[in-house]
Write a protein that binds this ligand. Structure first.
Ligand SMILES: [Zn+2]
Length: 109
């Protein structure tokens, strides 16, 4: 088997070539990693948004205090959904007081 002989200049040139290629590959890997992290970040952001949206559409019965009679009353999940759809604020008085106010209003008409 015949040995290959390179001059020193050729060997150095080859070494340089290899170093350049390694650097290029490293740069490419770095860019790919950066891109991957960016995608993962976007996916995480998307998932967080979806979770927020999901939670925003889940209602649980809440106990509120009536400002008029100061009794606790239940603000039901279905009422909360209705209020949100209508863009209403949370009720500050209970149903009984509201019904009472309506009666008084009607009475004065
Ligand atoms: Zn009340």
């Amino acid at each position: 088997m015949e040995e290959e002989h390179y001059t020193m200049a050729e060997l150095l040139a080859m070494e340089d070539e290899m170093k350049i290629r390694e650097a290029e590959l490293a740069e490419q890997r770095r860019l790919e990693e950066k891109e991957k992290q960016k995608r993962e970040k976007e996916l995480a952001k998307q998932a967080a948004l979806e979770e927020k949206e999901r939670l925003a559409n889940i209602f649980e019965d809440k106990t509120l205090k009536c400002k008029k009679c100061e009794k606790d009353f239940i603000w039901s999940a279905s009422e909360q959904k209705f209020y949100k759809e209508k863009g209403f604020f949370r009720p500050s008085i209970c149903k009984e007081c509201r019904a009472g106010m309506k009666t008084i209003n009607n009475f004065h008409k």
